[in-house]
Design a protein around this ligand. Structure first.
Ligand code: PMP
Length: 366
């Protein structure tokens, strides 16, 4: 029996997460399963973060700091912003949802690319707001078309840089042009979930320097990817305190748990883990490109920890065949890309298992 619910939610489906390893083991009777489906860090969490979590276990009867006091101050120092410029969430995903809740109603719209992280649209839809999708140009955000899609009802423009699921990135010049064109009443959310992987690119924006000039700029980042803390849920956003003043009204008081705050602080001190992660990722991407080239598959050059590949056939069947061989990747049906798969970079051994399985699948009749 269904209870009456808000009609805005009628067409909203729950987010389909990547399949957990245990489920695939059970369903296919496998012992070894490689998961390259959720852009997780294959090197695991920083050992320093694990130690910090262990040290907190006897404090679990206490609520966490509601405002992430120590993490806030530490990160503000590292980023060169004021502590008031920051807000923290149960993953950066929660911050997107809270921003939607704080600023959107059914008279508004948001603007984003057609092939971008689906959680922006879900946040808007949940509040009754429309999403204006803008086609990409050669698999990259078309910043001029995005700016042109803004109208008087637009409250947010979301730009994932690098983009998920495509993996492409836009340059500092492009992002700056967008900021200069979009009216200051529109909050431009630069989603930098994959920042740590992309920042070595000389043209990657250093957007923090633009915060004073553009009070409508918000930058979201996460500890889930390069810091390897997806399981504990902590992300943050940098922006104008005037925006956080509103978001704080809908933020649950203890939204970032005690273990997550400690883990994030420790991870920030582990440069070795971060650089191993980033260099291992670059090696994995090159190996993938080489394998896809020799299999004759086209792909989008990635600035993140995953790659979007065109299978030139219904990708759902390839996905299923890979599952049977113990490799979980991500089908792209929800992104309306029925012939593409998104593959997260794994450990070297995992990447080789995937490449062997894919070669095998493509040589068989599926
Ligand atoms: N933004 C993008 C572009 C992402 O790919 C993800 C994770 N899939 C997130 C935000 C959310 O990450 P988290 O909630 O784990 O911080």
């Amino acid at each position: 029996m269904l209870f009456p619910f808000r009609q805005e939610l009628a067409n909203l489906q729950p987010y389909p997460p990547g399949k957990p390893i245990e489920e695939v083991q059970r369903e296919h009777g496998l012992t070894e399963v490689v998961k390259l489906a959720s852009n997780e860090n294959p090197f695991g969490p920083s050992p320093k973060a694990v130690e910090a979590i262990a040290a907190q276990l006897t404090e679990l009867h206490l609520y966490p700091e509601s405002g992430c006091y120590y993490l806030r101050n530490k990160l503000a120092g590292l980023l060169g912003v004021t502590p008031e410029n920051l807000i923290f969430g149960n993953g950066s995903d929660e911050i997107v949802a809270l921003m939607a809740m704080a600023f959107l109603d059914n008279t508004h719209n948001i603007v984003c690319s057609e092939r971008t992280f689906i959680r922006y649209e879900m946040g808007a839809t949940s509040m009754g707001a429309l999403t204006r999708h803008v086609p990409m140009r050669e698999w990259r955000h078309d910043v001029d078309a995005l700016a042109a899609a803004v109208d008087q009802d637009t409250r947010f423009l979301f730009l994932a840089n690098p983009d998920n699921p495509v993996g492409s990135a836009v340059s500092a010049a492009e992002v700056r042009r967008l900021l200069e064109t979009v009216p200051s009443s529109v909050i431009v959310v630069l989603d930098e979930a994959y920042y740590e992987y992309a920042r070595a690119w000389p043209e990657y924006p250093d957007a923090i320097q633009w915060l004073a000039e553009f009070p409508n700029l918000v930058i979201t980042r996460t500890f889930s990817k390069a810091y390897g803390l997806a399981g504990i849920r902590v992300g943050y956003a940098i922006g104008n305190p005037g925006i956080w003043n509103v978001v704080d009204r809908v933020r649950p008081p203890f939204n970032v748990n005690r273990l997550a705050q400690e883990a994030a602080m420790a991870a920030l001190d582990d440069d070795g883990h971060l650089s191993r992660t980033v260099s291992g990722n670059a090696e994995g991407l090159s190996r993938f490109y080489q394998a896809f080239d020799s299999l004759g598959l086209s792909y989008v050059k990635s600035y993140a920890n995953f790659v979007l590949v065109n299978m030139k056939r219904p990708a759902a069947a390839v996905y299923e065949s890979l599952l049977r061989r113990g490799v979980i990747v991500r089908p792209m049906g929800i992104y309306k890309l029925p012939e593409h798969l998104r593959i997260s970079v794994g450990l070297q051994t995992e990447n080789e298992i995937f490449i062997d399985a894919l070669t095998n699948v493509l040589q068989s009749k599926l």
